[in-house]
Design a protein around this ligand. Structure first.
Ligand code: CA2
Length: 146
């Protein structure tokens, strides 16, 4: 059975491709989910793809991931910069964690430079737009297979 990777998306990412294309690109989250499933299948992995605007739902998904996920890719959106609850949930996850952002959070407003997820992430990918999701799957696959 293929190993599973959880891809978790935080608040407002359901609006991708609909607003602010200059910052976040023209692909919808559904498009990105399709790309991720294709990339994962090439590498022998299965994707579980989720989005929530609610901090608690993201914490629940991280807690549940310990049961059967080989890794987590998380774009926590604005919760990246504020959520100790998501940080604490990720601390208990014992497989690779990739922090992902579409935009380069270090080239934007100062408040986006602080990440509570970076402290518990195995690695960080940001600034590559939707392609970053596929790069993150490759990173998890490498980490799991090594
Ligand atoms: O660059 C990223 O991926 C972010 O995680 C996106 C978050 C932002 O708060 C982080 O600082 C960086 C925002 C997601 C909002 O997405 C939208 C997409 C389309 C229209 C409006 C918001």
């Amino acid at each position: 059975m293929a190993k599973k990777i959880l891809i978790l998306n935080g608040p407002n990412l359901n609006l991708l491709g609909i607003r602010e294309p200059a910052i976040y690109g023209t692909q919808t989250l559904k498009d990105i989910e399709g790309n991720c499933k294709t990339k994962a299948a090439e590498l022998g992995f299965e994707i579980v793809f989720k989005q929530s605007n609610s901090e608690g739902a993201l914490v629940d998904a991280i807690q549940e991931a310990s049961a059967d996920m080989a890794g987590i890719i998380i774009n926590a959106g604005a919760y990246t910069h504020t959520s100790i609850a998501i940080h604490d949930a990720l601390r208990s996850f014992k497989a690779p964690i990739i922090e992902l952002h579409l935009s380069n959070i270090h080239g934007r407003e100062d408040f986006r430079k602080k990440s509570y997820i970076a402290l518990v992430a195995t690695g960080i990918i940001c600034g590559f737009g939707a392609k970053g999701y596929e790069y993150s799957i490759e990173a998890i696959a490498d980490l799991v297979n090594k």
